[in-house]
Each structure stands twice: as C-alpha cells, then as structure tokens.
Ligand binder design. Structure first.
Ligand code: SAM
Length: 247
C-alpha cells in the first residue's frame, strides 16, 4: 500500500533540486517548529509550481528559521488543465470557501468579477491567494492558482482571450444542461473559463452581454437555484469530469 513519506507539504518560491538547501520564511518556520512540533531529521515535501515535488529533511528547526536539505524527487512537474474561474464574490466566508474549493478542483486562475448585483465586502486578493496556497499544499497539487483583484464584468469579457471557451452558468436557462453541452465542447477547446454570478443573479443586460461574446456557452446546473458557492463547485466538477483531468 502507498505510504506517504511526510506529514508536512509546503509551497516555496525558490528553485528545487537534489541537495539544494531551502530556508523557510518566518510563518512557515513557525508552522513547522511550533504548530507541527517537528524536529531535525523529520521529512518535509516541497513544491514550487515549476520543478515538481521533492522530499527533504529538516536540518535546522527554529521558530523563526528552518533549513531543509532537499534529497529526492517525488513527482515531476505536470501540466494541469487550463481552467479559469470567473466568479462574482459573495460574503467573505463563502468567497474564501469558493477559492479553497476551486483550488482543490484544479483551476489555474481565479478572477473575482464585479457584476451589477455583486454585493460583497472589499476583496482582499492577498488573503484569497493565501487561501489558495494553503488549499494547494493540502490537496497535493503541484502548483498554486493565480488570484487576481476584482474587475468589472465588461472589462473581464473584453480581456478574455477569444480562443478561451466561456462556460456561462445561467440559472434562468431551460434546457442546455451541463451534461448535454460540455461533451460537445471538448474537441474544440483546451482553454476554459467558468462564469458564475452573485447572490442576486445576473441582470438581463448582463446575460445578453455575456451571451453575445463569441465562444460563450450557457449551461444549466439543473432545476434548482444553487447558492453561488454551490454553483462554482458543481460547474467545476462537471467541467473537470467532461473536459478536464477527471476523464
Ligand atoms: N438570485 C438569483 C435568482 O433567483 O435568479 C440566483 C443567483 S444564484 C444564487 C448565483 C449564481 O449561481 C447564478 O448567477 C448562476 O451563475 C449560478 N447558478 C445557480 N443555480 C444555477 C442553475 N440551476 N443553473 C446554472 N447556474 C446556476
């Protein structure tokens, strides 16, 4: 049976390779030394989004400073599906949940979008990025999704690459179930974006603007109106199952 060789997995910025020494920053050192109570010689897994996943041993352990000796590669870097999440932020706890779950579900890029009915507190992209980083460490991804600051819906639509297939979660749609629409899109695209709306839904003008964008495909997530965070998780799961790395 597969047995994990480590109980701590950390994202770091620096390069990874055999016999490299990695110095952890203060928050990571505090986590390793004080929270997890690790000692010299204990194993730690490291990844940086470029060089794969590596196993190292703790050589020095202090609450402000830890040194890791990198020993062996556990997994090479692999390409992941190119999925962008475009979502209207909701309340703080649910927005953090969206970022955490989207990371676990394999998105590459997270873009909060301001719509007419977006009713959220101020977005703190750096806090959301930390949430994404912790989720990536926990779920054994080899990279961390990029989290952007809030942009207006129209600005986002103008900036979206034309060859990126936009999957628009439209709660007022009849027909166009995700299970019917998504399989038909697989052959035409390798770049995806999922768009979900705020608690109040999209306005009629917004629905028209989104639908008018070339390469935009509306989907229904069934007969019930889902909460915004549920819609993100359901749509990403379906996209991964039909078009992504769950196939
Ligand atoms: N207040 C809106 C209404 O009653 O029409 C509902 C908005 S819903 C809470 C938030 C977002 O989740 C929607 O804008 C949509 O993107 C997505 N969503 C929720 N249920 C959906 C469904 N059944 N099909 C497609 N998208 C859905």
């Amino acid at each position: 049976m597969f047995e994990k060789k480590y109980s701590i997995r950390l994202f770091i910025e620096s390069d990874l390779g055999k016999d490299v020494g990695v110095v952890l920053d203060r928050p990571q050192s505090h986590y390793v030394a004080t929270v997890m109570r690790k000692s010299e010689g204990d194993p730690v897994a490291l990844f940086n989004g470029r060089d794969g996943e590596w196993l190292g041993d703790l050589q020095e352990v202090h609450k402000n400073h830890c040194l890791i000796h990198v020993k062996e590669m556990l997994r090479p870097q692999e390409a992941e599906p190119d999925i962008q999440l475009l979502f209207a932020p909701v309340k703080k706890i649910q927005t953090h949940l969206i970022v955490q779950k989207a990371t676990e579900l394999g998105v590459a890029d997270i873009q909060p979008v301001q719509t007419a009915r977006t009713n959220s507190e101020r977005i703190r992209p750096e806090k959301l990025a930390l949430q994404a980083l912790e989720a990536a460490e926990q779920c054994e991804r080899l990279n961390v999704p990029v989290v952007h600051g809030l942009v207006k819906l129209e600005q986002m639509l103008n900036a979206l690459e034309t060859d990126r297939t936009l999957v628009f979660c439209n709660e007022r749609l009849t027909g166009n179930s995700a299970a019917e629409v998504l399989p038909g899109l697989v052959a035409q695209s390798s770049k995806w974006a999922i768009l979900t709306g705020p608690e109040g839904g999209f306005t009629t003008e917004e629905v028209e603007m989104i639908s008018a964008r070339p390469n935009s495909h509306s989907i229904s997530l069934g007969p019930r109106i889902l909460r915004a965070e549920t819609a993100v998780m359901a749509s990403l799961s379906l996209l991964q199952a039909f078009c992504g790395d769950w196939k």
